[in-house]
Design a protein. Structure first.
Length: 274
């Protein structure tokens, strides 16, 4: 255990699998005191990587309970990683309203509520770091992923505003936007069903297959863990970090450089939308 880390306390939401588990395991190996969260930790009885607390980002009471446990046990919380997230796919016209609300609750309102719960403690100890895991999809409106793109874009922009509000308390905030990673998000995300006779039947069906193939062939979540570690070690983190294969990161640059209609045509070709 590295002596300089053994009192640094980290909370990672959604730590039981995927990117969250990779980050937590990596930081534990580096000597940090890591708490992960799961809506249902009892499902992970054999989980040994680090401590898992019960926390549902949609339930403010469960958030506060988890933060209180950390404060009682450690007396401090140095780093919050807002990682819990959910995928959602479908033609916007066909995604049920409740599913849209549910997605924003997990991807947007959730991180806000968790952050609000840790800020009094961070202010009391005169410092802290909050890292929001967003998505490269939050930089562009992707067809059949419009709700997901919007929820992640909202968190990106909120971070820009919030980090200015927190500067005087020595609390830092940054976003990390991953591209496609080989995790179980595809299995856990909400898919609007492909409806027979729907005007979107063919275009959505094709796009769905394409996107699932992307996630299956995605990068190793370990790359994200290393980026998070790099941000932790950075004295003054930037607002935005991006992690992904070259073309995913380059797509953000292209959006800035190309006329809107040209960029739209590129996306439509990619998703095979006529």
């Amino acid at each position: 255990m590295n002596a300089d880390h053994n009192t640094t306390v980290v909370l990672i939401t959604g730590g039981s699998s995927g990117i969250g588990k990779s980050i937590g395991t990596f930081l534990t190996e580096k000597g940090y005191i890591v708490y992960g969260t799961s809506r249902n930790p009892s499902k992970f009885k054999d989980f040994k990587a680090f401590r898992l607390l019960q926390l549902d980002v949609a339930d403010v009471e469960s958030i506060q309970t988890a933060v209180n446990i950390i404060e009682e046990e450690q007396g401090r919380l140095d780093i919050l990683i807002n990682n819990a997230g959910a995928g959602i796919m479908g033609a916007i016209e066909e995604v049920p309203h409740d599913e849209i609300l549910k997605n924003f609750t997990t991807n947007y309102f959730g991180p806000i509520n968790v952050t609000k719960s840790v800020l009094p403690l961070m202010r009391k100890q005169n410092g802290g770091l909050i890292i929001n895991i967003t998505s490269i999809a939050g930089y562009m409106g992707l067809p059949f992923r419009g709700i997901y793109s919007a929820s992640k874009a909202a968190l990106e922009l909120t971070t820009e505003a919030w980090r200015m509000e927190l500067k005087s308390f020595n609390i830092k905030m940054a976003n990390v936007a991953p591209g496609d990673f080989a995790t179980n998000i595809a299995a856990g995300r909400y898919h609007a069903p492909i409806l027979e006779g729907s005007p979107y039947e063919k275009s959505y069906g094709d796009a769905l297959k394409l996107m699932n193939d992307h996630v299956d062939a995605g990068s190793d979540p370990q790359v994200m863990a290393k980026m998070v570690y790099k941000i932790i070690k950075t004295k003054n983190p930037k607002v935005h970090y991006k992690v992904g294969v070259f073309m995913q990161k380059f797509s953000i640059v292209l959006k800035r450089l190309l006329p809107d209609k040209v960029y739209e045509k590129l996306l439509m070709n990619h998703y095979k939308i006529k």
